[in-house]
Design a protein around this ligand. Structure first.
Ligand SMILES: [Zn+2]
Length: 79
């Protein structure tokens, strides 16, 4: 299963299925009630753009893991 990652240096996206999830603490809610998966996602292969092995927090990924979202709160900043 591939996920979409963003290279923070080049700001470009790529797909990879070669990653691992670490420090998985499950789904948490922040003070405003938004649910995020508290886990880190580490690439097993170097980034195709800059060659680094990036580590992401699960909430940073554009394709979230099994995170239930309420439809009314996902759109923000679009005016
Ligand atoms: Zn990169």
């Amino acid at each position: 299963m591939e996920f979409i990652f963003i290279c923070p240096k080049r700001n470009m996206t790529f797909e990879s299925a070669d990653f691992k999830v670490t420090e998985n603490r499950g789904v948490i809610s922040d003070s405003s009630g938004n649910k995020t998966l508290d886990a880190k996602v580490e690439l097993n292969e170097p980034c195709p753009f800059c060659g680094e092995k990036h580590v992401y927090h699960a909430s940073e990924l554009p394709c979230p893991f099994e995170i239930p979202r309420s439809s009314s709160e996902t759109e923000k900043g679009n005016q």
